[in-house]
Design a protein around this ligand. Structure first.
Ligand code: ZN
Length: 452
């Protein structure tokens, strides 16, 4: 049966559409998970929301995360380390992940994202302990429970400590196992349809934990199956030095050699690219997931986002894993991105609205989802709404397009809607009990620490 939701008399509708329209006092009608009409819609609906005090935005889209890292936030032992040492220390904990801890941490991370306006989550899961090689169903079950749209990666690592890599032997897999499981994951879980709630990406972890053969074969397999490719790249100078010393090649040239370039590829971080490399990304439509909080925390550097935007490189926003953020709020990430580039690029920095577009349209482009990231007729009904009479926004609502990045939002959004379903109402999750979930995650976290 057809299901409808009407948001009536919206005070400001920030569409992020191709004309960057901001509409006032309009109605949005949602039918069967899709935006059916915008304007003076007169017909009745199953459910009606009063929009007279609301600013309504397209849902935010997260393009890089490691949800299991919720379990290792704020660990005193790693707070002063940079990427390589930080990873070595944390793998000793992550190697003991279980399906239960992955389910609860995935649910908690996605729930936090949703509370702050996110409607599509991409997770880069690449730790598959030998005892638990099949964790994707667990993650999709968590997304379904919450009602959020999700893309999961079948990540992988095949270089362990004995090969000069960083992870312990028990969390790496052979090339044959990875390729077999990746193909099965795509065939079982990937729904390529428009408005799909469930997609799969192939995402070997990084050039320093994955062999050249696995990178190359993953690219061939992804193209055979019609799915996207993702990995970490150009995150630190250590990575650059590692590849230059080991193979005499810079990270992007290395990836290009392995077939990892093009509009179906996006890299997390992309900090240490030189001018020619930026041009190559632009010419090939290869994308970058910008993770400013993580980059600041791990002292990795500042991605050249203003130049990337000018060159037309696809750029999306991401929180990165919770061990290097240490949270899951794209709302906070937007403000951090805005302030970081103001500091380092001055008047060349992206505007508050540019940042919102990165987190919506830019992120949707990285995931290859043109039906997401905007509010227009025929788009997926993924959006969030904020009351304009909140104290922290007093006097700031005359430019609602930039407000979320320049002023920031200090609490959860008032509504988050995914595929026409209300996931957050009045700042609270509809389907998930925050406190119960928080306690479960805390127990998993204690249990993992006790095994160190
Ligand atoms: Zn990451």
């Amino acid at each position: 049966m057809s299901k409808s939701l009407l948001i009536r008399n919206i005070r400001h509708l920030v569409t992020c559409d191709d004309q960057d329209r901001v509409l006032e006092h309009v109605n949005v009608l949602i039918r069967d998970g899709v935006i059916a009409a915008i304007g003076a819609v007169g017909e009745p609906a199953d459910e009606v929301i009063d929009g007279s005090m609301l600013a309504v935005y397209p849902g935010l889209i997260n393009t890089h995360h490691h949800l299991y890292q919720i379990l290792t936030r704020n660990l005193p032992e790693v707070q002063n380390l940079e990427l390589f040492d930080w990873l070595r220390a944390l793998y000793q904990i992550w190697k003991n992940l279980t399906p239960e801890s992955v389910y609860d941490s995935s649910l908690a991370g996605m729930a936090e994202l949703v509370k702050y306006g996110c409607t599509t989550v991409f997770d880069h899961h690449y730790v598959f302990p030998n005892a638990h090689p099949d964790l994707l169903p667990t993650q999709f079950a968590a997304a379904k429970r919450l009602g959020v749209r999700m893309t999961v990666s079948r990540g992988s690592m095949d270089l362990s400590e004995k090969d000069g890599g960083l992870p312990p032997d028990s969390v790496v897999q052979s090339l044959e196992t990875v390729l077999r499981d990746s193909e099965e994951a795509v065939r079982t879980w990937h729904d390529p349809a428009c408005y799909s709630m469930r997609q799969v990406v192939l995402a070997p972890c990084s050039p320093f934990s994955v062999s050249a053969d696995l990178m190359r074969e993953s690219a061939l397999l992804a193209r055979k199956l019609g799915v996207r490719l993702h990995t970490h790249l150009a995150e630190t100078k250590d990575e650059e030095t590692y590849l230059l010393k080991k193979l005499g090649i810079r990270p992007l040239a290395y990836m290009q050699e392995l077939g990892w370039i093009g509009p179906d590829v996006w890299f997390a971080h992309g900090i240490h690219f030189n001018d020619e490399e930026l041009k190559l990304l632009a010419d090939t439509g290869t994308g970058v997931a910008h993770c400013p909080a993580s980059n600041m925390k791990l002292s990795s550097g500042v991605a050249r986002i203003p130049e990337m935007l000018k060159l037309g490189i696809p750029v999306g926003l991401a929180v990165d894993g919770s061990a290097s953020n240490d949270g899951s709020s794209l709302m906070e990430e937007m403000r951090i991105a805005y302030l970081l580039h103001r500091l380092t690029s001055g008047d060349q920095a992206p505007s508050g609205y540019d940042i919102l577009k990165i987190a919506t349209r830019g992120s949707a482009r990285l995931l290859g989802r043109s039906e997401l990231g905007q509010i227009s007729v025929g788009s997926a009904a993924d959006l969030f709404a904020v009351r304009e009479d909140r104290l922290e926004l007093a006097g700031a609502t005359f430019d609602v397009t930039s407000m979320l990045a320049t002023v920031g939002l200090k609490g959860p959004v008032d509504y988050t809607i995914v595929a026409g379903n209300i996931l957050v109402k009045g700042g609270s999750l509809v389907e998930v009990n925050d406190r119960e979930l928080s306690q479960k995650v805390h127990q998993h976290s204690l249990s993992l620490r006790s095994k160190i």
